[in-house]
Design a protein around this ligand. Structure first.
Ligand SMILES: Nc1ncnc2c1ncn2[C@@H]1O[C@H](COP(=O)(O)OP(=O)(O)OP(=O)(O)O)[C@@H](O)[C@H]1O
Length: 617
């Protein structure tokens, strides 16, 4: 998916609307399409045309679920035929062997395929990109072989006959009823997913797609969200499969093939991955193309392969992206960045910090005891201990390769320590993951910027609010008032942070399009939006010009003035000596000195290993 499209997709949010998050502007497009399909279905003259419309609805369900997984969460999946099969065979077996009613068989099939989704999500913790695609592909192939070869259970090529269809007043649904049923399910699916994708869940998936480490450090439970995306894709594909089995009252292994996985992927990519309309466009277009190409089975799969390549190379935004471009939708104009304006956002930020900051200045906020890290035979940090006083600016300095970033990575949970203990407010956080550490109140920035470059400035900061938002999955899915109120509050808080950092005029710009100095500022803003008690800054002045360095120093002092403790890894000694209250010096992984800046500057070991002797007058 192209960056600009994602940004625009997220920027479409228009504030609190009507019941269940539905407002007139947001429903007009889908309602037009639904009205057109209802109209056509009423005019449809024969079973073939009704069958085509039924398949459009079925493919839309598949595509809508896969869009969450592929378009938003960015997980490469090629196992969707397996999920479809889980639903189809689940419904078939439950209704024929266990005599379940069609409705319960449909629900059972959805649960089963959701579980299969969770199963294939498991490897996504360890493998990414093409490797994940291989794992999901293997799942699809295993299911394909299973349903074809285990004839006692799945019937092989003969299939399973007598699948109970859904009924109306005791009679099986007519062709028109099936169309209206899938249409109704499609509409419900669209609005439920829309609620989810427009709020913190959608942002979390986009953040994971952009950068998993940055997402975790912004408080997102990456694994949980990946599993959720796979389960949603599984349920949607499973319901689609179950409907096909119930509609035809039959399912066999011919349905379940690698081609089906590619076809479902194509629905998303051609329609427009990461777009709310994309799956609908993909379903309509590809059902018609599929029906047309069915006359020439020998070129059918060739046609899909060619379309897939076309979608990937020529139209990466899909048809939805193309339509938006033709409509002239572009990124909004932005004014210049403002100077930092503490008066604007300070009251909100300070109040929050006071509310969550326990203890007084005498307490130690963080205790590091005999901390060590080994990468095989390399020991970047060895037996380091120090403690941090709240509300102070602490600098962590030392020569290249001294272990400073490794220390920050351990404090923020990016890598586990090999030895020692980290206590934050008295709790051992050494075994916690990054998102849990962020939730506890430790935020960080990165030596090499890790912004979500395709998302807007505002969305980047909203992602920082993620860990302070409480609304659950079902409340977000249903667009309940509590969830919408919380989203509204998050946006208000974000507006305060934007003002504090002088970024209001740039709120809708893609983060990646900002000047380098502003990107550094934005990363700091995102970290501050998590309401940290401790802020870890890894070389915040790297790449800044002298004027920006001065501004950064003022900003850090301002942040510390809010009561937030700062640890700053930095090579700019002027900045360190000017604003730090306490300096810790590492060399070859060991602490060689700590204390007040003036004391450290005069320390002979520090002079010898890092600072060097001052030039003679
Ligand atoms: N994942 C890793 N595997 C192996 N060695 C690593 C790994 N990460 C860091 N190191 C090594 O650990 C040592 C310390 O690296 P680290 O990045 O912490 O240093 P630093 O003090 O931050 O340096 P700089 O100021 O240049 O950023 C280096 O020798 C580095 O090569």
């Amino acid at each position: 998916m192209r960056d600009s499209q994602r940004v625009r997709g997220m920027a479409e949010w228009r504030g609190p609307g009507g019941f269940f998050g539905i407002n007139s502007r947001s429903v007009s497009g889908p309602l037009c399409i639904i009205g057109a399909i209802v109209g056509v279905s009423l005019l449809a003259g024969n079973d073939y045309q009704l069958g085509l419309m039924f398949m459009m609805g079925v493919y839309f369900l598949c595509a809508a679920g896969m869009n969450v997984l592929v378009g938003y969460a960015g997980q490469k999946s090629l196992g969707q035929a397996g999920l479809f099969a889980a639903g189809a065979y689940g419904a078939a077996i439950l209704s024929t062997r266990f005599d379940w009613s069609p409705v319960f068989a449909l629900i059972g099939a959805a649960v089963l395929s959701g579980l299969c989704g969770a199963l294939i999500a498991w490897p996504s913790l360890r493998v990414r990109g093409p490797y994940l695609a291989m794992v999901t592909l293997a799942f699809g192939i295993v299911v394909e072989k299973l349903v074809a070869g285990w004839t006692e259970v799945f019937g092989g090529a003969q299939g399973i006959y007598g699948v109970k269809p859904l009924t109306l007043s005791g009679a099986p649904l007519s062709g028109l009823h099936w169309v209206w049923l899938v249409l109704g399910m499609g509409v419900i699916t669209y609005f439920l997913l829309r609620n989810l994708l427009k709020g913190r869940f959608g942002r979390a998936w986009l953040a994971i797609q952009a950068d998993e480490i940055a997402a975790a450090c912004a408080g997102i439970n990456v694994y949980r969200y990946k599993v959720l995306a796979f389960v949603i894709a599984g349920i949607c594909c499973g319901i689609a499969g179950a409907l096909v089995a119930q509609h035809g009252q039959y399912i066999n292994s011919d349905y379940i093939s690698f081609n089906l996985s590619i076809f479902i992927l194509l629905l998303v990519l051609l329609g427009g991955a990461g777009s709310l309309y994309g799956p609908l466009i993909g379903a309509i277009l590809l059902t018609l193309i599929d029906a047309y190409l069915a006359r020439w089975p020998s070129v059918q799969h060739f046609g899909y392969g060619a379309l897939l390549l076309f979608a990937l190379y020529v139209m990466p935004d899909g048809v939805a992206g193309l339509l938006k471009r033709l409509n002239g939708v572009s990124a909004p104009e932005a004014g210049p960045a403002n100077q930092l304006d503490a008066s604007k956002g300070r009251s909100v930020l300070a109040r929050t910090v006071e509310a969550i900051s326990p203890g007084g200045a005498d307490h130690s906020l963080l205790e590091v005891e005999h901390l060590g890290k080994s990468f095989g035979g390399i020991h970047p940090v060895q037996d380091v201990s120090f403690s941090l006083r709240p509300g102070k600016i602490h600098a962590l300095i030392g020569p290249n390769g001294a272990g400073k970033t490794t220390m920050i990575n351990m404090l923020s949970g990016v890598i586990p320590a090999s030895a020692g203990r980290i206590a934050f407010l008295g709790d051992d956080i050494g075994r916690l993951s990054s998102h849990a550490i962020c939730r506890k109140g430790i935020a960080r920035t990165f030596q090499n910027l890790r912004l979500f470059g395709a998302l807007s400035v505002q969305e980047n900061i909203l992602i920082g609010r993620h860990c302070r938002m409480q609304n659950g999955f079902f409340s977000a899915l249903l667009g309940l008032p509590s969830s919408r109120a919380e989203e509204h509050q998050a946006r208000e808080y974000t507006a305060s942070v934007l003002k504090f950092f002088g970024l209001t005029a740039l709120a809708q710009r893609p983060a990646g399009s900002l000047a380098y100095g502003l990107q550094r500022r934005l990363e700091l803003a995102r970290a501050l939006a998590t309401e940290p008690l401790l802020l870890l800054l890894d070389e915040p002045a790297a790449g800044l010009n002298p004027q920006e360095c001065v501004e950064l120093g003022d900003l850090i002092v301002m942040i510390a003035g809010l009561g937030i403790t700062v640890v700053m890894v930095e090579h700019h000694m002027d900045l360190v000596m000017k604003i730090s209250d306490h300096v810790i010096v590492l060399d070859h992984g060991s602490k060689i000195a700590e204390g007040l800046p003036a004391v450290v500057r005069a320390d002979e070991r520090v002079i010898a290993s890092y600072l060097g002797a001052p030039a003679a007058a």
